[in-house]
Design a protein around this ligand. Structure first.
Ligand SMILES: Cc1ncc(COP(=O)(O)O)c(C=O)c1O
Length: 330
């Protein structure tokens, strides 16, 4: 654990997460059957699991150290980070307010339904830009302060230098499990996960796949790496940008194929926004010889399964399969 003055970590997850061999998926991709492993950061234990638990250990631990009583954060309607902030607050007896984009529909599902079950107060703000959502977050924090609470604002996606420390920890954990690691493949949203891994593993060993949450993921990841480092030359990132497709919330054919492939070769469920894109990026990287057979590749499963149930396009697809596959005898 890094010792930095004023930073505190509170345990929220179950560590280490498993590292599992994925031989059937490896062969389907054109790799050797021992080449591909999956780091199960979807099995982090709290509130349905996912990568944000590692960041929240630092963010919430530090907030508690500063006397916070209420966590305030923001995100997309199906934010996994918001759901896990709600779970962290519940676990620690803190109030949680989530400022989420979009309008209420009256038939909320996936992460949004879990936010309510976990007891968070949800404020829907319509279609605002990230800076506008940040303004609402500051207003909410101010109003909590004036009513006697001590709010802590947790950044969008949990991605500050402090939050990224959770993935510095994860990088060290992974190296213990796989000292011969060649490449770790990871979805990039708000950037902290990739930044922490790059700090721990070096830029050559981390392959990021941008999911389109930010307009310029490379700049954000670089800025976070800068914050984690004490000077020195900034590394050149391995960041694939071609899986965003028609936008963050839109399901492309490549991502749909990737989700079905992981599910049907390994029984692993990926999500349409992040981990499905990470695998689609890995498929493309093997095709381009950017990731090669005979070396140890690790796909980070960063969670997000509740988002499957909150994604209209994917649910419509699944319903269609169920209708078409009606049993009519063997
Ligand atoms: C399931 C999942 N995977 C990956 C990411 C990307 O992590 P980061 O925001 O640190 O880039 C997110 C971010 O929300 C996520 O929810």
């Amino acid at each position: 654990m890094t010792e930095i003055e004023g930073w505190n970590r509170v345990k929220l997850g179950s560590w280490p997460t498993p590292l599992e061999r994925a031989p059937r998926l490896a062969v389907a991709l054109g790799l050797g059957d021992d080449d591909l492993w999956v780091k199960r950061d979807d099995l982090t234990g709290l509130g349905g699991g996912g990568n944000k638990v590692r960041k929240l250990e630092w963010l919430v631990g530090t907030a508690l150290g500063q006397g916070a009583t209420t966590l305030v954060t923001s995100g997309a309607p199906q934010s996994n980070h918001a759901r896990l902030t709600a779970a962290a607050g519940a676990r620690l007896g803190m109030d949680v307010v989530l400022v989420l984009a979009g309008e209420p529909s009256g038939s909320e599902s996936g992460n949004l339904a879990l936010d309510a079950i976990l007891g968070a107060r949800v404020v829907r703000v319509g279609e605002l830009s990230l800076p506008q959502i940040d303004e609402v977050v500051q207003e909410v924090a101010e109003s909590l302060r004036s009513s006697g609470s001590v709010p802590a604002v947790i950044p969008f996606g949990g991605s500050s230098v402090l939050g990224a420390q959770g993935y510095v920890d994860a990088g060290h954990e992974l190296l213990q499990q796989a000292p011969d690691l060649d490449t770790a493949v990871v979805a990039v949203g708000s950037g902290g996960t990739m930044a922490g891994l790059v700090h721990a593993l070096g830029a050559n060993r981390v392959f990021g796949v941008d999911c389109g949450a930010l307009s310029d993921a490379a700049t954000t990841v670089t800025r976070l790496i800068e914050g984690l480092s004490s000077g020195g030359r900034l590394p050149k990132l391995r960041l694939r940008l071609d899986q965003v497709g028609r936008g963050y919330s839109q399901l492309s054919a490549q991502v749909e194929d990737a989700i079905l492939l992981a599910a049907r070769t390994e029984g692993i469920v990926l999500d349409p926004i992040y981990t499905g894109r990470a695998l689609a990026g890995l498929v493309a990287a093997v095709r381009d010889h950017d990731i090669r057979p005979g070396r140890r590749t690790v796909l980070l499963h960063t969670g997000g399964m509740p988002g499957v149930f909150g994604h209209r396009q994917l649910m419509v697809w699944a319903q269609k399969q169920l209708v078409e596959q009606r049993w009519s005898g063997a």
